[in-house]
Design a protein around this ligand. Structure first.
Ligand code: G3P
Ligand code: CA
Length: 300
């Protein structure tokens, strides 16, 4: 494991250097060529803003987690062929600063190990089995590096990434992602998301050219003002939150902003979402949602 760590450390240093250069170029390009461009809804990535009854885009939650262990390479490989438009993924940093794919703050539920992700080194996390808890056939599957996810994304030009940064990230933390994103050439097929206003601000300051989605469990009184304050292209929330403020979709759309819902796994919830005119649905069952949309809202 020490060899892995040393070699990756060298790569990481190079990525930091190239990230700084690329982000500087990207920032200048945004300022000079397209002032305010990051305020626009990411129509090129998410399609046009929907009207009620229109098909929303499909985001596979932690990959196709119905058929493979969440946030692993098999889950994302399955999601790529599931009919999904987006691959939703959770990213955290290890104790030694490497971005890895895992949802919980601890490794306890989804691996053979115990402890907080933030307290474990990459070498320690890579020794864990992240597949056997789901099914014996996935025994030996590892917690992936963020770069493995980017490799899948680079090889699947038909999909886009919805990258959720778990917890609170600083600008320096965000920089650990950017070199790999630009090196893989997927910066135009990637949207960041976070519950944390601090993290969304760090993303805005560090990677202004990559769109951001703010996640809210409860919708704010004025979702447009909040999205605009964070320069987000959309707000992602829950069905129950939207049911309390059904006018939010119309208000967001009028401002050129999107609305996404998580995590919807039944035809009843999908039907409600389309009736609201939401733009995207995050689901654990992307194949089923794809088949349901093909029947329910064909050609939209
Ligand atoms: O896509 C949003 C959703 O993933 C947020 O909730 O806890 O599943 O990461 P969680
Ligand atoms: Ca997530």
């Amino acid at each position: 494991m020490a060899t892995v760590s040393t070699s990756m450390g060298a790569d990481r240093h190079l990525w930091h250097v190239s990230a700084a250069a690329l982000v500087t170029v990207a920032s200048v390009a945004v300022l000079v060529l397209a002032p305010g461009a990051t305020n626009a809804y990411g129509a090129n990535l998410m399609g046009p803003l929907r009207t009620p009854g229109e098909a929303a885009f499909i985001a596979a939650h932690r990959g196709d987690r119905a058929s493979a262990p969440e946030n692993t390479v098999p889950a994302f490989a399955a999601a790529v062929v599931s009919g999904s438009d987006f691959l939703e993924v959770d990213v955290q940093l290890t104790a030694d600063g490497y971005p890895v794919l895992i949802h919980d703050l601890t490794v306890d539920r989804t691996t053979t190990g115990v402890g907080a992700v933030a307290d474990l080194t990459l070498a320690e996390i890579r020794t864990l089995d992240a597949g056997s808890w789901f099914a014996p056939t996935f025994a030996g599957v590892q917690v992936p590096l963020f770069d493995e996810f980017l490799g899948i994304l680079a090889g699947a030009p038909e999909v886009t990434a919805l990258v959720e940064l778990k917890g609170t990230w600083t600008a320096d933390d965000v920089e650990t992602l950017l070199g790999a994103i630009y090196f893989r050439g997927v910066q135009d097929r990637l949207v960041f998301a976070s519950f944390s206003p601090t993290t969304v601000t760090a993303l805005h300051d560090t990677a202004p050219a990559i769109p951001r989605v703010l996640i809210r469990r409860v919708l704010p009184l004025d979702p447009v003002a909040v999205a605009q304050r964070f320069d987000a292209i959309a707000i992602m929330t829950r069905s129950s939150a939207l049911a309390e403020r059904p006018d939010a979709v119309e208000r967001m759309h009028a401002a050129g902003l999107g609305v996404l819902l998580y995590t919807l796994n039944s035809e009843e919830r999908w039907g409600e979402a389309l009736s609201y005119g939401v733009d995207g649905i995050v689901t654990d069952t992307p194949s089923a949602l794809d088949a349901w949309i093909a029947q329910t809202a064909p050609g939209t």
